[in-house]
Design a protein around this ligand. Sequence first.
Ligand code: SF4
Length: 291
Amino acid sequence: MSIKSLGFEEIDSRATKLREIAKHYPPQQSFSLISDGDRFLRANPLVPIIGTICDQQITAEDAWEFPLWLSVKVDPRDFTAENLGRLGQSGIAEFLNDYMSDRWPSGMSGEDQRKYLQNVSRYITDTCNMIVKNFGNNPDKMFKLGNYTVPQVYFVLRGLPGFGAKKASMITRDFALSTGSWFLGIRERLKKDAGIDFHVSQKHLSEVPVDVQVVKVFGRIMGEFQRTPPRSDFMKYYPDIQHLSKLVFPEFPSKLDEILWAAGREYCDNMLPKCNECPLIKLPCDYAASK
Ligand code: SF4
């Protein structure tokens, strides 16, 4: 099957079932550290920015742990954009290399590791310099207007080096939900330091952050493909995913990401999907039916 052969009524029925499943299937939590890490994440405005920049190709846990690890090395009281910027790209890359030495994903080639260190250290340095130049060394000033719509938050974040469309959409989704340590930290500090009431409106304008998990599960449940296509083809599925999200959750479309992403990570392995345990088998899922 495929979107064309399913037809509108079947797609609409699957959208209704997705909405039902989402009531029971654990929603995706925005990643946050526990204990000291979580407190630091919420207290220091630079920590979630560094964590988000690092969050590609390596595990989210390792990415978000890095700023905490780095802060211990450079002194948590001095963990500012200005001080990190002074380390320069080579200094950041050296710390990152040290931190990642026993954490690299097993399948990641030496060349990909080298590119990761080069790109991420450059993004961190450029972001720190930008925060110093544009926001007086205070990242919270990005949101000094207080009242933002979803698209406005997206473009504020998108302006940061290292924040591509997917990362900006993910963080925007958390902000639209008024959740996550990053949002809560900004809200507390802006209120306390400047009397600004930071909030984000128009959740219905949010979009699904499209990544490999989302494309894979979308394509399988709708019968578009069995093997996940290369990243260069993801844009082909982008409009269908966004329109499905509006059909399932018109009041908050990016919520669809929670269920697709979670199913992709928990059950929908590329080679050995655990269909019998996956809640999406009830849709029905075309790939599971074909097996
Ligand atoms: S039912 Fe199977 S193929 Fe379909 S989304 Fe779940 S794990 Fe993937």
